[in-house]
Structures are given as C-alpha cells and as structure tokens.
Ligand binder design. Sequence first.
Ligand SMILES: NC(=O)c1ccc[n+]([C@@H]2O[C@H](COP(=O)([O-])OP(=O)(O)OC[C@H]3O[C@@H](n4cnc5c(N)ncnc54)[C@H](O)[C@@H]3O)[C@@H](O)[C@H]2O)c1
Length: 332
Amino acid sequence: MRATVLGAGSWGTALASLLAGKGYTVTSWDKDAAVLDDIARNHRNERYLPGLQLPPTLHASGEVAKALEGAELVVLAVPSHAVRPVVIEAKRHVHAGTPIVCVAKGIELDTLMTMTEVVEDVLPVPLHPYLAVLSGPSFAKEVAKGLPTAVTVAARWERIAKQVQDAFHTKTFRPYTSGDVVGCEVGGCVKNVVAIAAGISDGMGFGANAMAALVTRGLAEITRLAVRKGANPLTLSGLAGLGDLVLTCSSDLSRNRTVGRGLAAGKTADAIQRELGQVAEGVRNARSARELAKRLGVDMPITEAIYRVLYEGLAPREAVTALMMRETKPEL
Ligand SMILES: NC(=O)c1ccc[n+]([C@@H]2O[C@H](COP(=O)([O-])OP(=O)(O)OC[C@H]3O[C@@H](n4cnc5c(N)ncnc54)[C@H](O)[C@@H]3O)[C@@H](O)[C@H]2O)c1
C-alpha cells in the first residue's frame, strides 16, 4: 500500500509513522521544507515529535504531485485553516477511488463548513464518496510512542470506513467504524473550545466539581449543535465525542487546555500560541463554532463565554460568573 500524508506536523507525522510502521510506503508532504528535510535525511521530525525515530519506509516530498503519485490512501493532516488551500493544490493529483481521510478538526471561519464540507466544496463530486474522517481521543505524542489508542473512522460509505479502519488498525491503534461523519466532526472540533474553558477552570483553581460540570455541560452543547447538523446523538457519547472531550479537558498534553491555563494567568491568546509554536484549534474554532451556533439557533453558553474571553476581552472570572448566573432551567 502506498499512502500520502499531507501535513507533517505532530498528527500527520504520528499517523505517517504508524502507517509506515505497518510496512506501507508512505510519503509526507508539507510546506515546511526543513521538517521534510529532517524526515527524509534523518528519519526524524525534531520540530514536532522530538526524539522519535521514524520508520525508513517514511519518505518526504515538497512537491504535491510527486508526493501523491500512486497514492492508494491520502491523509489530510494540516490545520483546519489550511485544508481548503491544500485540497485546491492537491485535487488534480487525487484519483477517484482513493480514500481521503480527513483528520483536521475545525469549522471554516468564512463559510462555517466542517472540514469534509470544505473538501467536498473543492473536490469533484465523483471523489466525495471516498471521504472519511478519523477522530477520537488521540494525542499525537502517545500514538507516536505506540501507546494504546482507540478512535472512530466515519464515512458515508461503509466500505470506505472499513477500508480506512483496516489501513490504520495495529495492535496499539484500534479504529471503530461509523456512518456519522458530521457527528464525529462536530465532536472533534468543539471539544477544543470546551478544553480552553477547562484550562481556565483549572488555572483558576476551581477544582473537580467545576471540571465535571464543564465536561458534562460542554458535551450537552456539542451534542445540541451536532444534532442540529443532522448527527446521531449517540455518536457524541462515543470516542469522537465524550472520549475526545475527556482527553482534551483533562490532560496537560492538550494545547487548548494550555491556552485556557495561560488565559487564567492573564496572558493573551496570541502570546500563548506563540509560546506553543503549534496550532491550538480551539482559538479559531471558538469563533466559527459560535457563529455556526448563532446561524443555526443553537444555545452554546460555554462556547459563547470562551468567545467573549478570547475576542471581547471578558475577564475569565467574569465569564465563569456569567455562566453560573444564567437563567436557571431544567437539566435536560
Ligand atoms: N496533535 C494531535 O495530537 C492531534 C490529534 C488529533 C487531531 N489533530 C488535528 O490535526 C490537525 C493538525 O494538527 P497538528 O497537531 O499536526 O498541527 P501542527 O501545528 O503540529 O502541524 C501542522 C502542520 O501543517 C503544516 N501546514 C500548515 N499550513 C500548511 C499549508 N497551507 N500547506 C502545507 N502545510 C501546512 C505546518 O507546516 C505543520 O507541519 C489539526 O486540525 C488538529 O486539531 C491533532
């Protein structure tokens, strides 16, 4: 099997390494020539996964046409804001029948489309049935180390979900299939916004009660948005919903949680992201998720509060008070 991974950051490289470790011939492509050079020459990616030795069957190319030559599986692992330009660049070189696995998590700011909606907007219709989403609780660092991980692979066409499941399945990486593409996408994207809230809560020393409330009420608003977009509510209690939410809210490996902790310490989102040197999707997606919720008439108070902290200068403590003082109502 020949696979191409577009995006050689943390997640792209962890997945490329997994596939190459199965004996597949894998090519990573990225706009960052230094990262590609490190992969090609040293079989390492010190910028994004320091200390990790990559398999010799993982190659690198900065030319999209060359990288996609003969690809039987394409993985789209750039940040959400780069998905449209990357797919525009790649589309001439992807053939019908090749599964395209989107692992980017986000809602496009201008169009409020999910990532597969963006990809479908760019790709010709005959390629649409071959699209899949891989999502769930999966920190790149842990997958790269071969630690046990379970994820969801969703595709409209069961055959494609199964094909992608088989391609990624190893003794430490277990994908489950699903037909609920939109449920997986909304779960994977909005949990990053709730993780910022979790980081703020922890940073302010609010304790375990507050964290449990945030995860639970966060899941409630994620589910409302997903269902409004046509998702099965049960998807949101699975790996791509609750699973990913718990992971992102509770671990210090989460960049979005780190953003929240930084905000609680009085830093700006820009400064925190500069320190991170990597994407924290929740910052951009607080804006797009909030816009989408407004457009669809869905109540998302935690997302709204995080949006106001990030973009309107609301003090994190005031945001928490505003959430607690909302009009009282039944839980369900
Ligand atoms: N890191 C994780 O553990 C993880 C897990 C699951 C999903 N994701 C999702 O995967 C996506 C990528 O995240 P990441 O952690 O790998 O990000 P990252 O910041 O580690 O790397 C992003 C990579 O994309 C490249 N890139 C950016 N814009 C590009 C463009 N226009 N053309 C070509 N390459 C471009 C960068 O050079 C970089 O190599 C995000 O949507 C993220 O939410 C990440």
